[in-house]
Design a protein around this ligand. Sequence first.
Ligand SMILES: Cc1cc2nc3c(=O)[nH]c(=O)nc-3n(C[C@H](O)[C@H](O)[C@H](O)COP(=O)(O)OP(=O)(O)OC[C@H]3O[C@@H](n4cnc5c(N)ncnc54)[C@H](O)[C@@H]3O)c2cc1C
Length: 291
Amino acid sequence: MKAAAFNYQKVHSIDEALTLLANYGDNAKLVAGGQSILPALNMRLSNPEILIDLQGVSELKGITESGNMVRIGAMTTHTEIQNSEIVQKKLPLLSDAVPHIAHRAIRNLGTWGGSCVLGDPAAEWPACAMALDAVMVIAGPHGQRKVNAKDFFLDLYTTALQADEILVASEFTIPQTNRVHYFEELSRRHGDYAVAGLVCSVEFEQQRVKQSRLVYFSVASTPLMAESVQGLMENKTLSEITDSAWIAQAQEITRTEIQTVADLTNSAEMKKHLVGVLLERAIQNLAIKKI
Ligand SMILES: Cc1cc2nc3c(=O)[nH]c(=O)nc-3n(C[C@H](O)[C@H](O)[C@H](O)COP(=O)(O)OP(=O)(O)OC[C@H]3O[C@@H](n4cnc5c(N)ncnc54)[C@H](O)[C@@H]3O)c2cc1C
């Protein structure tokens, strides 16, 4: 199938894109790398009057570090994130996650912002953004606003972004504490969308868990934070959370808390089982990394 006819405009600034969005309303669609929107047009799942191409907007591109903050521009590609020394040093969780996103050709064009705005529940970036407490920077007709990643992903392919807004960047605060992370994705073949995945980021202070973020993806219609287990981990030492009885209790609590939803090929029950499997692996691997 081919896309229906549409107008095309390449813009060079955020303001130019916002003006077009305001003029065309729901009849406009932004295009970043085109890795999801172009297939959607070809399948006639989307039928915009105009496609607004963000490739010429340099203010949306790149990764910068300033003080204890790292900022990833919305138009930064998956490959640029993979190759970034700043990311490798300050946000190594993202470096571990990138190879799991599709295949190289898609990673060369697909973007941080496109993936976050699409809000695919099986995507890696939304879960990573939540695990790292990212702040989503949004530009709209009334200026800029910021939304915490945990409040950004609202439902299946639905985010807090309005139709007349653009995702500009995501900001990450780098903690002064000792932070370890773990990323695991279960998929049928490398490069396939995940059957289930878990992203963890745990901060230790004086050998105790100060703060933890455990975020599941591809188990429900949005990434889900395992808040009960996060609470349970707080202030515990590594030897306490690696105790087999503690892990069994945490698995039970998490399987109750995380309400899994079936996808086309995997049942909700299977995903619920994997939620516990991933948790045990994560705790054991975090312990190895911390030691
Ligand atoms: C075969 C295949 C396999 C894939 N496998 C995976 C996978 O395993 N994991 C994964 O995470 N992804 C996967 N993807 C998706 C891929 O990661 C894309 O990069 C991602 O969906 C976003 O694409 P894009 O950046 O090109 O955005 P586009 O397709 O250009 O846009 C996606 C959506 O975001 C909107 N948008 C884009 N940028 C902005 C912005 N700055 N502000 C507001 N709205 C914006 C667009 O209007 C559109 O609605 C796969 C894609 C394909 C084709």
